[in-house]
Design a protein around this ligand. Structure first.
Ligand SMILES: [Zn+2]
Length: 144
């Protein structure tokens, strides 16, 4: 049985200076991450794994951009352009590729949530205080 510390490592045969065959155990690098839309290699992401990744800070693991680590910068720019044109009404939804729509909806989803929460907050502000005021006003009158 291979010792546990060597299980995840790659066996490499090399010749030592004394012309002896030596087995080296090398930790393999992971494959570079690729763009989900065009498949281009993504930059700014380390090819180390596991314990080596854990040592890095958050900003060293991926760029600080929208869809960083998922899409390449050119795909992000096309998606943002399409989203703007959709909002302006210059393009119909059917004219955009289905694979792009997923990411456009991700951007839209945030704005929808914000609107929803704003509405909820406004409702709470308008509804709750009225009830409390009525209760407070009613209570002291009875006591007096
Ligand atoms: Zn891409």
């Amino acid at each position: 049985m291979v010792a546990p510390r060597f299980r995840r490592k790659k066996k490499v045969f090399r010749k030592s200076p004394g012309k002896k065959k030596v087995v080296l155990y090398i930790r393999e690098k992971t494959k570079p991450r690729r763009c989900a839309l065009c498949g281009r290699k993504l930059g700014g992401i380390p090819r180390s794994s596991g314990s080596e990744l854990r040592k890095l800070s958050k900003t060293q693991k991926r760029p600080e951009r929208m869809f960083a680590g998922i899409l390449c910068p050119s795909c992000v720019s096309t998606i943002l352009k399409e989203k703007l044109r959709l909002d302006a009404g210059k393009i119909k939804r059917s004219a955009i590729a289905i694979s792009h729509l997923k990411y456009i909806d991700m951007i839209k989803g945030e704005s929808k949530r914000k609107k929803y929460t704003k509405k909820k907050r406004e409702k709470k502000k308008t509804e709750k205080p009225k009830k409390k005021r009525k209760a407070k006003k009613a209570a002291p009158k009875e006591s007096k």
